[in-house]
Design a binder for this molecule. Structure first.
Ligand code: CP3
Length: 344
């Protein structure tokens, strides 16, 4: 990595070095709220956009100029590893992901085929290469993967869920198979993340989007060692790692102990209180409620300024939402958030 590349506002904040203004990017910044993304989606399915590196790279770049953000996130999906794992993945028009052969018993875990992410998800690695090459030096590309728990929940439920009943029943009822599955997923995503860094991703984010459905004790017993393993493997690539989860307020210290140079938090905990729990050795990312972008403008602006005030301009705050951009979000609301984070 060239020193100039390393000097971006976003990477400095990941390393808790001072920056001129607070860096900002948005989870799900490439997506349906953007007209140019919807135009692409009219011609290609979501999976097609992911499978074709030149399209994935193009969509990755779309929000960068439109919003003025300080980082790009690769266009892909956390569920793509389910294809080489033989679980079958489709996206229904309105109900989100569907896994055609979900994991429902212990035997299925042992039958999962070996996966080499660099090879079997080679199209993602190629998209990283193309997007990293096309981006300006001062805009690092963030690679990502789903965390073992969030992936396991989709693999077991077969799609999205509110209750996580099947996931937890498997976890409690088949603890050996559960840990075997989590070990497989941790190795896979750890190596997948490292391969993305090898292809030009300058930071990596592990998405544990649904881990907040667990009690603190269950997080420690059933998830912690596997997230720790995935993050340790990713860390070997030598780029900053962001560990993101929602609903983690009640076990934030443990969540952070699993790893991550930067901890991503949602809006259910004030940013300053979260940072106090993390201690001075971590950078923090977040944490505006995505729905604030749909609120009247004065409320949105007050919300952004409140998050920034709680960050206090201390080195190591990366402004983001507490979860992904919603499809109904107006582009100019996002642009205004970037302006305010940048001192406007
Ligand atoms: O801009 C970016 O953030 C990069 C692209 C990205 C996508 N998915 C593309 C996508 C990223 C980082 C993801 C991660 C992802 N995918 C997560 C973790 C982050 C989170 O939001 O918690 C999860 C849980 C998934 C699984 C997934 N993919 C779901 C539940 C859905 C359907 C829900 C929805 O928003 O429609 C998807 C589909 C998906 N992945 C879309 C995009 C842009 C929207 C669907 C479309 O374009 O048709």
């Amino acid at each position: 990595m060239s020193p100039a590349a390393d000097d971006s506002r976003f990477l400095k904040a990941c390393r808790r070095e001072p920056t001129d203004v607070t860096p900002v990017w948005f989870m799900r910044q490439a997506g349906r709220y953007l007209a140019e993304y919807r135009a692409r989606r009219q011609k290609h399915s979501l999976l097609e956009l992911c499978h074709r590196p030149e399209l994935a790279a193009e969509v990755t770049l779309q929000p960068v100029e439109r919003l003025g953000v300080d980082a790009a996130i690769l266009f892909a999906d956390i569920l793509l590893p389910f294809e080489p794992l033989g679980l079958g993945l489709t996206f229904a028009a309105s109900d989100g992901p569907q896994i055609t052969r979900p994991i429902r018993d212990a035997a299925q875990v042992l039958e999962l085929p070996p996966v080499d992410p660099a090879q079997d998800l080679g199209y993602v690695i190629e998209a990283v290469r193309l997007a990293a090459r096309a981006l300006p030096q001062h805009i690092p590309l963030i690679g990502f993967a789903g965390a073992p728990f969030t992936l396991a929940s989709y693999a077991i439920e077969g799609g999205s869920t509110r209750s996580f009943v099947l996931t937890k029943r498997f976890m409690y009822g088949e603890p050996r198979a559960w840990h075997a599955l989590m070990e497989r997923l941790a190795e896979l995503v750890g190596r997948y993340l490292a391969a993305q860094a090898g292809a030009g991703a300058r930071a990596l984010q592990l998405f544990d989007s649904w881990v907040g459905c667990l009690s603190p004790a269950d997080y420690a017993a059933y998830v912690f060692p596997h997230s720790q393993r995935a993050l340790a493997l990713a860390r070997r690539a030598g780029v900053p790692v962001i560990h993101f989860g929602t609903g983690t307020a009640t076990f934030l210290a443990d969540f952070a102990r699993a790893g991550g140079d930067v901890i991503g938090v949602d809006w259910r905990i004030p940013l300053d209180i979260a940072w106090e729990q993390l201690g001075p050795g971590r950078a923090i990312q977040g944490n505006l409620d995505p729905v604030a972008l749909l609120a009247p403008r004065p409320l949105l602006e007050a919300g952004v300024r409140d998050v920034l005030a709680r960050g206090g301009g201390r080195p190591g705050h990366i402004f983001n939402l507490g979860h992904g951009v919603l499809p109904e979000t107006p582009v100019d609301a996002l642009r205004r958030v970037v302006e305010i984070a940048h001192g406007g």
